[in-house]
Design a protein around this ligand. Structure first.
Ligand code: PLP
Length: 391
């Protein structure tokens, strides 16, 4: 029996999504760019999916561009925006992101700071970081300090992948508009899109990234939303699909599944937030009462309903992941560490968590198929697993 508690990593396909995609993995296999009837079916399905995603996001269909997922959308958002800005205004002076961005944004900002994505001869912009508080929320004072008229791009995620912390986007955007009026504002909405009201969250942003597989949709498909009037240069050269922004034969089945997953998750988001939030609360409250030395990483009221990020004192997170896996419980060690398991997560470090404390950080993430029984089964094995590691 598998108890899957790693939805922030990826989620199982919703049955309705499997059904919606089936024809496009079968008889309706056409290339959406062709001129005959098989292509026309595919093209119609692709455009219907675009319309549906636009509606879920509260934007126009022409503002939705399909990509291969969150990573590509983030790269297009950052490098594509800078490419276009570069052409328009000459040398950009600074770009800003939060200290807790997903690597798809964070590492792209780092590479921009090292000169990537610029025209020959232009100077790399300074990459500036906005600090976060102990819950992982962007510190508005710190953001204020790094904003000025020379900032051409700001990126702050809607919700964090490790801790689930939700950012106060509208206050952040207000500050950016006031202090860096020419900056393009991007948000990585990959984690937030399942439980937050997307239309409202995206209403003030210029560019946004979404990915289907975090919502009960298929892997390998996502979208970058680019609001009218914002210039983004393509990263790939090719057939000119997606109105020139993202060349490559369209993933029609993926787009159809993505649209279905997003529309379902947005329509059930209030009831699911309550249901999943109660399961998460039961999980964390019981862990805290049955296991000594447990700290929640963020203020729960500021976190996505499916996320529980906790730190077990005197426990190695990798060992706990393995022990829980042996007991059938699938969780994550809180972050993908590119530089080795012993390094603490960059996100926790930014939140002021010290190395020793970060060692026992575990992310439980629940989702649309999680049941109360799953939670009780997990609770039946967690105290013993922690006890064994501390013995
Ligand atoms: N951004 C965030 C916040 C994420 O959590 C992820 C995936 O973990 C990504 C971007 C990358 O998305 P994808 O896996 O679709 O490339």
């Amino acid at each position: 029996m598998i108890i899957y508690m790693d939805y922030a990593s990826t989620s199982p396909l919703r049955p309705e999504v499997v059904e919606a995609m089936a024809p496009f993995n079968g008889d309706n296999f056409g290339n959406a760019s062709g001129g005959h009837r098989v292509s026309r079916y595919a093209k119609k399905a692709l455009e219907d999916a675009r319309d549906s995603i636009a509606e879920s996001c509260g934007v126009e269909s022409g503002e939705v561009f399909f990509t291969s997922g969150g990573t590509e959308s983030d790269n297009i958002a950052v490098l594509g925006t800078l490419g276009a800005e570069n052409k328009r205004r000459g040398e950009p002076t600074a770009v800003v992101c939060s200290a807790v961005e997903h690597p798809a944004v964070f590492e792209t900002f780092r590479s921009v700071g090292a000169g990537r994505g610029l025209s020959v001869g232009s100077v790399a912009p300074q990459t500036r970081l906005a600090a976060v508080d102990g819950s992982g929320v962007v510190d508005l004072g710190s953001l204020e300090e790094v904003l000025d008229q020379g900032v051409v791009l700001v990126s702050v995620m809607l919700a964090n992948n490790e801790t689930g912390t939700i950012q106060p986007l509208s206050s952040i955007v207000d500050l950016v508009r006031r202090l860096a009026p020419d900056a393009v504002f991007h948000t990585d909405a990959v984690q937030g899109a399942c439980y937050l009201d997307l239309a409202s969250a995206l209403s003030d942003v210029d560019v946004a990234s979404i990915s289907a597989h975090k919502l009960g949709g298929p892997k390998g498909v996502g979208a970058v939303v680019v609001r009218k009037g914002i210039n983004v240069a393509p990263l790939f050269h090719g057939g000119g699909q997606e109105r020139g922004l993202r060349s490559g034969t369209s993933n029609v089945a993926g787009a159809v599944g993505f649209a279905s997953a997003l529309s379902i998750s947005q329509s059930v988001r209030e009831s699911e937030s309550t249901r999943v939030g109660l399961l998460r609360d039961r999980l964390v409250d019981e862990i805290k009462s049955s296991v000594p030395g447990v700290t929640e990483s963020s203020d729960r009221s500021k976190v996505l309903p499916g996320h529980a990020h906790v730190r077990f004192q005197s426990v190695d997170r990798e060992e706990l992941v393995v022990l829980l896996d042996q007991a059938g419980v699938c969780v994550s060690a809180g972050s993908a560490c590119s530089s080795g398991a012993l390094e603490p997560s960059r996100v926790l470090t930014a939140m002021g968590v010290d190395k020793e404390d970060a060692r026992g950080a575990i992310r439980f993430s629940l989702g649309h198929m999680t049941t109360a029984e799953d939670v009780e089964r997990a609770l039946a094995v967690i105290p013993e697993a922690v006890g064994r590691l501390r013995a």
